[in-house]
Design a protein around this ligand. Sequence first.
Ligand code: NAG
Ligand code: NAG
Ligand code: NAG
Length: 335
Amino acid sequence: METLRLFLRHLLSVYFSLYGVVSQYLFPQFPKLRRRFPIFVPVVDKFLSFYFTFNCNLVQSTVDLDDQTTMHFWCPSHRKFSKPNLIMLHGYGGNSKWQFVYQVGGLADSFNLYIPDLLFFGKSHTNRSNRTETFQAECVAAGLNRLGVERCSVYAISYGGFVGYRMAEIYPEMVEKVVIVSSGVGCTDDQKWEQLKSVGVGVADLLLPEKPAGLRRLVQLSVHKCGSLKWAPDFTLHEFIHKMCNTNRKEKQEMLEHLLTNKTERNIQSLSQEILLIWGDKDKIFPLSFAHHLQRDLGPRCRLEVIEDSGHAANIDSPESLNALIKGFILPCEV
Ligand SMILES: *[C@@H]1O[C@H](CO)[C@@H](O)[C@H](O)[C@H]1NC(C)=O
Ligand SMILES: *[C@@H]1O[C@H](CO)[C@@H](O)[C@H](O)[C@H]1NC(C)=O
Ligand SMILES: *[C@@H]1O[C@H](CO)[C@@H](O)[C@H](O)[C@H]1NC(C)=O
């Protein structure tokens, strides 16, 4: 399994570079054509689906919660009662597949994985006007209910952390343990503004880039060991932006606005569950001081683990360490 995962990682890297080189030679004169017929992102996307299905034994499931809202999940093809259920909540930069590609292989052996696309990402959508993370949390929980999940632990990264926190708060009888990674949940207005000033760009410009340069900036800020995007040609980034940021851009902007301006949902209290916070020591989006602050707010059942040489995107910088910490925290100790 491990070998296969490493193999996949190399294959992806090789594919990236090969594609970059080949396409620079093949289509330098036809930038418009390339933009109209994206190749790179759909191919990787298919490849990821293939990997989730055949290497990780996951299947896709789409649940209509009502006539307005649809939630899409990756779930186990064969759910084993001997394994705990783990819900994985992605952040702003991705969806169920792109966010967790380096981690699912290592976690699928130990858990029944349920990986939703949050509303307005991937294949989940609502026609309702609610943009709150409480609504996201309710929709994830409602989807899980339909899939027959009664008890679960939650692992949430970045924006997912806001949703995961609310799930744990609203459904204490459902959510057993919570892992929050690199998330701004619970940060105060002062922290937020100070951080925004130090980053030097607007949040929407940062998290929903419109140009390749913006995407490079986001990756540079969030991935500490940033290598792969240096040589990625602009048009692949255009494709990525088109798929990831432009789909439901308006709704995603409204969600950000809600996150930044609406105070009603800001309050954080200690939870009844055990919580593990995991932070990269080089996180430039939500620096380590946020983690200490959050740990204080979440009370005595909250522990903090710091991963060295890891940035905001700990899932890219240190997927193995992250998986080991998650397993150590959630799995019952083996005697
Ligand atoms: C939202 O509304 C459109 C048109 O009214 C409809 O086609 C679509 O299925 C709805 N979406 C969901 C998730 O129900
Ligand atoms: C959004 O949904 C949540 C959860 O259902 C609810 O508490 C809140 O009042 C709603 N907010 C708006 C603005 O509709
Ligand atoms: C903020 O909350 C108020 C009241 O719940 C709601 O009317 C408004 O639409 C919300 N704003 C955003 C951007 O979600």
